[in-house]
Write a protein that binds this ligand. Structure first.
Ligand SMILES: [Zn+2]
Length: 77
């Protein structure tokens, strides 16, 4: 994982402000149930030097109040 220094000022997925962003090149587990700091993470696929990466935009509870410009959250069935 690395912290990209060229990330967008606002989340490219939902358009809201975010608290932090991380970039990943391998699978990982995400569980935000009852997380006190973060309410949502948006995932944005990007290419870095020709390699696929996924950037995680971490939103706090306050940053997810109100609607974003993205679609509704995807919930596993
Ligand atoms: Zn977002």
């Amino acid at each position: 994982m690395r912290i990209p220094d060229d990330a967008a000022a606002a989340c490219p997925v939902c358009g809201n402000a975010y608290d932090s962003v991380s970039e990943h090149d391998a699978g990982l587990m995400v569980n935000l149930l009852d997380n006190e700091r973060y309410r949502r993470v948006c995932f944005d696929p990007v290419g870095v030097d020709g390699e696929p990466r996924v950037r995680f935009y971490h939103h706090t509870h306050g940053q997810t109040a109100g609607g974003g410009c993205g679609g509704p959250p995807v919930a596993p069935e």
